[in-house]
Write a protein that binds this ligand. Structure first.
Ligand code: AMP
Length: 396
């Protein structure tokens, strides 16, 4: 089945056309600088990459230009739109409405619109993508795959915050968790690759990219995750602080004369390994700076690894053990040094890393030794394929 996967961000639109029977990506690409000027990147699997600089005033024009490229007689990969059998949309949030992906109808759109305040930058963009695709392909089923829904299996003790309960009841303030498609996909692959019995498995997935989160997956279901109401909680990230004493907000705001939104902006955009190192949010830059002896770059990386190790320890406690730990996303898939620094904390779990295997980048690989008590794997995430697979499951 040919599935178009659409991922609309605040000023970008990523897309892939996937043949799900073979898992082949026929075309991938993105629209960038939407609302600024516009740039469409189009990469067919069997052809040359093309870049178009036509203006992209909004996501709707982005979607229609993507479709025009896909069906172009010269370089398109399909003859006409009827070859697209379904569209899968990555959607940031569904509040507590759905535990799984859903077929999109007017009611689903209303529900997504109703949780806009949980993702004021992403949700309007997600909805524009959905509406544009529905208008251009009214007869093609559209599916919403939510970043949060994988975590809807968390028990209440994991998702309720210890603040007056009425804020949960009245405003639905709680832990939602994010990166759900990635945690779902990687935990499934981890169970397969580690040869575990899904119904009797304890897996911890560390999604370590620019945004980063850890999830405890018990018997295939998320039972706790480090991100919360928003993707700001939890790990130290590229530019996000993760966990911090909330009292710091008032303290620093008073000193610097910041408003609350300005403080939250500092925590989202100016913190994390970038804020600590003063060098970069990118681990390749941190590594280069660390090699030159930059102490703050070294500290930032140590803090990042220490926080991951603390979460893994907490989730091993929450599940009363762990069978396998999986690393994924930009840092988790590629940075063997960071993986090793994290695993060095896991002596008490009986984790042993095979240094040769740990040097492998960007591939599915078991990085633990044969006699390691807990299996440790690096598994490239594939959110687009996961979205396409969820879409097919619902459409069929
Ligand atoms: P993501 O958000 O999953 O796309 O991850 C992006 C981040 O992955 C970048 O900011 C880098 O910090 C990190 N990254 C990507 N490639 C490498 C690499 N080869 N070595 C170390 N870190 C990498």
């Amino acid at each position: 089945m040919k599935v178009l996967v659409i991922n609309c961000g605040s000023s970008s639109l990523k897309y892939q056309l996937i043949e799900t029977d073979t898992e082949a990506v026929l075309v991938s690409g993105l629209c960038e600088r939407i609302g600024i000027d516009g740039r469409l990147v189009y990469k067919p699997a069997n052809g040359e990459k093309r870049i178009f600089d036509d203006p992209l005033p909004d996501h709707k024009v982005g979607v229609s230009n993507v479709i025009a490229a896909l069906t172009n007689p010269e370089y398109g990969v399909i003859k006409d739109l009827s070859e697209i059998e379904a569209v899968g949309h990555r959607v940031l949030h569904c509040g507590e409405a759905f535990k799984e992906s859903v077929l999109i109808n007017d009611e689903v759109i209303n529900i997504i619109e109703g949780v806009t305040e949980f993702g004021p930058l992403h949700i309007p963009a997600n909805l524009i993508g959905i509406r544009a695709c529905r208008a251009l392909m009214p007869d093609v089923p559209q599916v919403a795959v939510f970043d949060t829904s994988f975590h809807m299996t968390m028990p209440k003790k994991a998702y309720v915050y210890a603040i007056p309960y009425k804020y949960y009841e009245e405003y639905r303030v709680r832990r939602y968790g994010f990166h759900g498609t990635s945690h779902s996909y990687v935990s499934k692959r981890c169970i397969e690759l580690a040869g575990l019995d899904k119904d009797n498995s304890k897996v911890i997935v560390c999604h370590l990219g620019n945004g980063a989160s850890v999830t405890a997956v018990l018997n295939g279901k998320s039972v706790d995750t480090s991100m919360g109401l928003s993707p700001l909680e939890g790990l130290v990230m590229g530019t996000r602080s993760g966990d911090i004493d909330p009292a710091c907000l008032e303290f620093i705001a008073k000193k610097e004369g910041f408003t609350l939104p300005e403080m939250v902006n500092v925590l989202n955009k100016k913190s994390g390994v970038f804020g600590v190192s003063g060098v970069s949010s990118d681990f390749r830059d941190l590594d280069a700076a660390a090699k030159e002896g930059n102490e703050r770059a070294i500290l930032a990386r140590e803090m990042f690894c220490y926080r991951v190790a603390k979460y893994v320890g907490a989730y091993a406690a929450a599940m009363n053990g762990v069978d396998a730990i999986a690393f994924t996303a930009g840092v988790g898939e590629n940075d063997g040094k960071v993986r090793k620094m994290i695993c060095d904390y896991f002596g008490y779990l009986g984790v042993k890393v095979d240094d040769e295997k740990n040097a492998i980048r960007g591939e599915e690989v078991m990085i633990s030794t044969a006699d390691s008590k807990v299996k440790v794997l690096a598994i490239p995430t594939n959110e687009e394929l996961a979205i396409a697979q969820e879409t097919v499951a619902l459409v069929k």
